[in-house]
Design a protein. Structure first.
Lengths: 310, 401
């Protein structure tokens, strides 16, 4: 690999469309969430740079490691999750910008990498030896078990529908050739609904903010975190807020690199914010029942319909 | 595996210091123990060195939320002691102030309850509607909280005829909003899923644990000081005591929500029926003797006992805030519940822990003696020295700061 190639790859991952770009869009999205929530609650809300200021402030704060914690794991976990999101965002954007490009990565890799931030939260929380963090981590684990099954099934509904294409570039090219997946039958619409419900659960925002329920668990797995590791977690969350809608847009609607994508993106964000502000937090058992009941049934109906060609 | 989750003494959610040791197995609560009285302020003791008129201001500061309940209960006790009848107009004004306070207190609770179950929209909306009442108080008394309206023998300030319109207007504005809020909360399936059947208090337990106020009423115990021992103008207006039968968190919410509507009703009738006349019956001196006064605070029965030795200061003042009666109901309500429901059950009695604080020194399980100011100071110095001994480094760094 020549030096130019290497530099290109580093640039792709670190600046555009990887880390810097996704972080900026993600932090702006998290501001959008905060502002819209505030307006819905008759508050004024923060200025647009608030999320950036929060992260910048955290970077300058002291990092406290609780006595008795597994130090390496405790400090390492946030960055593992962070790295996973950076890679996933790079793969997603590249698939949209150059569907026919040689950039590696397919649906399965993306799904795997999307697990990693949640795993990092669980591991980091457990490593901190705090009872609130331990409870939060166990809730995160249960929540993950709850939402992932339906989401995986809905993702593979698309693969069944498009005749076995799993590479993201291929999926984008397929949609460019024969129209967005959403217009290709009822099974894809069902899969999209399931995936939409997955977004707030994955982001752990209301009504699924169960792992970090501030009223019960202070802030769950993040209770002991401070300074740079906390900033890494915050940034990971913000970037997920950008990555998840982009993923949905890429596989369901259009490429993420078109003007229509912006409309889709805002609509998905608005959906998440509205759900968050019109529901109290569910209990973990209620969330499990919800995802393993109606949502799972819905996703199975979707994949069955897809295999029937609907 | 059993884990103890400490809720307090400093918890980000609860604004007062108190400690609940919740023992959990997984997500289930198996035991609970609590400690309050981190914030003993010695109010009963201070009251003995203040004149009757000054004590009103003192007891007004027992609670920041039901800040007119304690003065009314205290004045009821003094008036009981002296045997004085307060003027009609003062009765009505007391009712108006007390009911407005009930509205803002219940709205405050509703907001906090929303916050505790992660429903921030309810929190912000009910606190916005509460502003209407706080603004009204500012117009009437000059203060949003701690209105200083009550005085032994009547009220300190009159409500001017020009202010009636404002009160009625605020009530007209509030009522549809309350109906909307009540509908939005009670028709929300997710809300019901979170509140129904949670932290159940049986009728027997409610009686056995001596619960008062909305907590008792939600479990089907039909008690209300306003009806049972009428004071102020409550016997002159039409209103209902709201009761429910389930005793769960939902029932407690329903009782409070419907009480807001009853309070609106009472305020309207009081403004309509308020007679002209004096607002104060002067009490020239307080004879030796004792008196009791009760008031239905938003949280339940508030009880004051006053003993006089004939001087201008009470010889003894005894206060029992409603939270003190409601706290013991926790144990029977917690066992078997989930961790996620801890906060909302704690909140369901609308607690005011600092109002309940007591200081009794125990030795071998027996109360030794009541502590006076000097003893308390000595104790606190002793404790500081103990802390300095056990954390020598840390206390030095505190000094450096």
């Amino acid at each position: 690999m020549s030096l130019t190639n290497l530099l290109t790859y580093v640039g792709l991952v670190a600046v555009f469309p990887g880390f810097v770009f996704t972080a900026v869009v993600g932090l702006l999205s998290s501001w959008f969430d905060r502002k819209l929530s505030a307006r819905l609650q008759w508050r004024v809300g923060p200025p647009w740079y608030q999320s950036f200021a929060d992260v910048a402030k955290l970077l300058g704060k002291e990092t406290v490691v609780p006595a008795g914690s597994a130090k390496l794991v405790f400090l390492g976990a946030p960055f593992v999750g962070f790295a996973a999101v950076v890679v996933v965002s790079t793969i997603l954007w590249m698939a949209s910008i150059r569907p026919d490009g040689a950039f590696v990565g397919d649906l399965i890799v993306v799904l795997y990498l999307l697990y990693v931030p949640s795993l990092a939260i669980i591991i980091g929380g457990s490593a901190s030896r705090n009872p609130f963090a331990a409870l939060g981590a166990s809730r995160e684990m249960k929540l993950m078990l709850a939402y992932e099954v339906g989401f995986l099934i809905s993702a593979f509904t698309l693969v069944v529908k498009n005749g076995g294409i799993v590479s993201l570039g291929g999926m984008v090219a397929y949609q460019q050739a024969s129209g967005p997946m959403l217009s290709q039958g009822i099974s894809c619409i069902i899969a999209f609904i399931v995936a939409l419900i997955y977004v707030p659960a994955k982001l752990a925002v209301g009504p699924f903010d169960i792992p970090e329920a501030e009223c019960e668990l202070i802030s769950g797995p993040f209770t002991e975190y401070s300074g740079v590791p906390l900033a890494a977690f915050k940034l990971t969350k913000a970037m997920l807020m950008c990555v998840l809608p982009v993923f949905l847009i890429t596989v369901f609607a259009t490429t993420a690199w078109s003007p229509w994508a912006i409309l889709w993106y805002v609509l998905i964000l608005v959906f998440v914010v509205l759900i968050k502000n019109t529901n109290p937090r569910l209990r973990i058992d209620q969330a499990l029942r919800f995802f393993w009941g109606p949502v799972l049934v819905l996703s199975i109906v979707g994949i069955v319909l897809a295999s029937l060609g609907l | 595996m059993r884990t103890t989750i400490p809720v307090g003494p400093y918890h980000p959610l609860i604004e007062e210091p108190e400690l609940f040791r919740v023992v959990v197995e997984g997500e289930r609560v198996v035991d609970i123990d609590w400690r309050t009285s981190y914030m003993h302020r010695g109010i009963e003791k201070i009251a003995e060195s203040k004149t009757y008129d000054q004590v009103v201001f003192l007891v007004e500061r027992i609670c920041g939320i039901c800040s007119t309940s304690h003065p009314i209960a205290f004045c009821n006790a003094v008036e009981d002691l002296v045997g004085v009848e307060i003027p009609e107009r003062a009765r009505y004004i007391r009712s108006i102030v007390a009911e407005l306070e009930r509205i803002h207190s219940h709205l405050l609770w509703l907001g906090l309850a929303g916050h505790y179950i992660g429903y921030h929209t309810v929190w912000m909306w009910s606190w916005k509607y509460r502003e209407l009442v706080c603004d009204l108080f500012e117009k009437i008394s000059g203060n949003r909280q701690s209105y200083a309206m009550i005085k032994p023998g009547g009220v300190r300030q009159d409500i001017k005829a020009s202010e009636y319109g404002g009160i009625v207007k605020a009530m007209d504005e509030l009522e549809p909003k309350m109906n909307m809020l009540i509908g939005a909360i009670l028709d929300d399936p997710v809300m019901l899923a979170r509140l129904k059947g949670v932290g159940k208090l049986s009728r027997e337990d409610a009686v056995k644990r001596c619960t008062v106020g909305p907590v008792a009423r939600s479990a089907g115990v039909d008690i209300d000081v306003r009806r049972d021992y009428p004071y102020a103008a409550y016997d002159a207006v039409e209103w209902n005591v709201i009761t429910q039968t389930d005793g769960d968190v939902l029932a407690m919410a329903v009782v409070r929500l419907l009480e807001i509507l009853e309070a609106v009703k009472i305020v309207r009738q009081c403004v309509d029926g308020i007679p002209e006349g004096p607002i104060l019956e002067e009490i020239p001196e307080v004879p030796p003797g004792e008196g009791i006064g009760v008031e239905e605070a938003p949280r339940g029965e508030c009880f004051h006992y006053v003993r006089s030795d004939g001087t201008n200061c009470p010889y003894r003042l005894k206060v029992r805030a409603p939270t003190y009666s409601n706290l013991p109901s926790f144990r029977s309500r917690f066992i078997g519940e989930r961790v996620a429901d801890i906060m909302i059950i704690l909140a369901s009695i609308d607690p005011c822990y600092c109002c309940t604080n007591r200081a009794v020194r125990m030795e071998d399980g027996k109360p030794l003696r009541m502590l006076d100011e000097k003893n308390l100071l000595d104790l606190s110095w002793e404790r500081t020295k103990e802390l300095e001994r056990s954390f020598p480094q840390r206390s030095r760094s505190w000094l450096e700061i």
